[in-house]
Design a protein around this ligand. Structure first.
Ligand code: NOJ
Length: 538
């Protein structure tokens, strides 16, 4: 059996911002196909495509109206098949993003539920309930939605009167499925097989600790905790024991396909749960293959924090049969270059150097790694987008307060000196769906490829070494004793990775010239905000 996923490097393609082939200012599947040679050159093993299904795009595709088709904005099924064929020719695996916790309010089953009577089978596919209070005008419980506001919305019944409420843990445009109704599981079986039959290598599972809610839907002692932390912490709404049966079943479906050709179909879950122990339960041998380990992404730039999360991840994974799935960036978080660049007593220009060092650290860790598009260019977060262009539902749902996710979703710069930087071939009127700042010119892929000091070359070199050095990829690590502010570990029989989290140079932990370094690295010295790899017998 080919267990390719265990140390794969997967590139997250946020389709609407990758490359636009039609000139409407929105990236599409043909654009992804055109970009595949670029990704091959970079050296990734696979891509994860953000949702491209028919959707009103209230949460950029995480509100799915039809799970078995392509939104016309992004192409069609024939284009999808061409993309699969092209990826196959290049040896690039393809993962889809599947969204089983909720759908779109435009999904035909939700529309049917709205038109149906309270208590009907159509309503039982979702969480419809009567309100509280004498006239039912209070929501059925006190839960708040992840993106702000109540988790319940009241509907108008066929007779024109206000009636029942339905549950949505995200926006009102994303009603939660009722997984206690067997029709839902059966429908998702159909969806999985539909895409597996078209050749996909697996799925990134959205909100994989969701799906089931406490059967009684009781009040929560801390109803705003999810919105406050922007994390799934309401113990009544997430991480219910029944969800593990679904993952066992999905794993069995994948195994059927694996048995046909020996190549594993991957399930990687977006699993947000409170403890490492709970996290490990999702990747037991017969459940998900992997679950994103987000603690690295949320760790501040400090040796202690990184040491703690890496050690915990390795412990968490031990004995599960899985490997750690490292991630520094994704479409929901502030990009590393900006995140690590917070002002320090020494200045504020350290973000790029730290992001480069973090990349080299991540690529040296045991397990798999996910790279979010633009990370390989060192793109910063776009922090000054005007309010009127923001599209992230969190912004509106928090009363125009939280500007969270648009800044990492700005379309990629490919070439040239001015927006659209080759992202779209459209006319003047067809601008990228989010405006690109002028300074994106510095980050365009053509410049990055031409400059051996670019982020792109660092990622490419790191990926090439990962593909050739037996010490890298799957396995374990051994920490070395280092001075405060420095982390160093050995992989296999002598690949040493060290990171100086401080700002002043320290003696290198091993002699000799590094194989690869995230910045200028004279022999014997590890400068501040720098990571390096050496081959050494220790
Ligand atoms: C997690 C996804 O990464 C995010 O973009 C989305 O808004 C939520 N799940 C809801 O589907």
């Amino acid at each position: 059996m080919h267990r390719w996923w265990r140390d794969a490097v997967i590139y997250q393609v946020y389709v609407r911002s990758f490359l636009d082939s039609t000139g409407d200012g929105i990236g599409d599947l043909a654009g992804v196909r055109a970009g595949l040679p670029y990704l091959k050159k970079l050296g990734v093993n696979g891509i994860w495509l953000s949702p491209f299904y028919p959707s009103p795009q209230h949460d950029h595709g995480y509100d799915v109206a039809d799970y078995c088709d392509v939104d016309p904005t992004f192409g069609d099924l024939a284009e999808f098949d061409q993309l699969m064929a092209a990826a196959g020719r290049l040896g690039i695996r393809v993962l889809l993003d599947i969204v089983p916790n909720h759908c779109s309010s435009e999904h035909p089953w939700f529309k049917e539920a709205l038109a149906a009577q309270p208590g009907s089978p159509a309503r039982d596919r979702f969480h419809f309930a009567d309100g509280r209070g004498p006239d039912g005008s209070e929501p059925p419980n006190n839960w708040h939605a992840m993106f702000g506001g109540p988790a319940w919305t009241r509907v108008t019944e066929a007779d024109g009167r206000l009636g029942q409420w339905y549950l949505h843990m995200f926006t009102p445009d994303q009603p939660d499925w009722n997984w206690r109704n067997p029709e839902i599981g059966a429908e998702f079986d159909r969806v999985l097989r539909f895409w597996l039959d078209r050749g996909v290598d697996g799925f990134r599972i959205d909100v994989a600790a969701g799906l089931f809610k406490h059967p009684e839907l009781p009040d929560s002692p801390d109803p705003e905790a999810d919105a406050r932390t922007r994390d799934s912490v309401n113990p009544l709404a997430w991480n219910q024991p029944e969800v593990h049966d679904v993952w066992r079943h999905w794993r069995a479906v994948c195994e059927e396909y694996t048995a046909r050709d020996g190549s594993e179909r991957l399930l990687v879950g977006e699993v947000s749960v409170p403890t490492a122990r709970e996290h490990a339960r999702y990747v037991r041998h017969d459940e998900l293959h992997q679950a994103f380990f987000f603690d690295l992404l949320s760790a501040p730039w400090s040796d202690d924090a990184f040491h703690k999360v890496i050690s915990e991840a390795m412990q968490d994974i031990a004995g599960t049969g899985s490997t750690v799935t490292w991630v520094l960036n994704n479409h929901d978080q502030v990009r590393t270059v900006t995140r690590y660049g917070e002002p320090t007593p020494e200045g504020s220009g350290l973000g790029p150097a730290r992001a480069r060092a973090a990349a080299l650290l991540m690529l040296a860790l045991p397990g798999a790694a996910y790279i979010y598009q633009g990370e390989e260019l060192g793109l910063p977060e776009v922090i000054d987008l005007p309010d009127e262009v923001l599209t992230d539902p969190i912004f509106r749902r928090t009363g125009n307060r939280d500007r969270v996710r648009d800044g990492c979703r700005v379309p990629l710069p490919w070439s040239g000196q001015a927006s659209p930087f080759g992202f779209t071939s459209g006319t003047e009127s067809a601008r990228p769906w989010l405006p690109q700042p002028d300074y994106f010119a510095e980050y365009a892929t053509d410049r990055a490829l031409a400059d051996t000091r670019s982020f792109w070359h660092l990622y490419r070199d790191g990926l090439q070494l990962r593909a050739t050095l037996p010490q890298l990829g799957e396995g374990s690590l051994r920490w070395l004793d280092t001075q405060p502010g420095v982390l160093a570990f050995v992989r296999g029989d002598g690949l040493v990775c060290a990171v100086n989290f401080g700002t002043v140079p320290v003696p290198a932990p091993v002699p000799g010239t590094p194989l690869l370094a995230s910045g200028p690295c004279p022999t014997g010295v590890l400068p501040g905000s720098t990571a390096a790899w050496w081959i050494n017998d220790l």
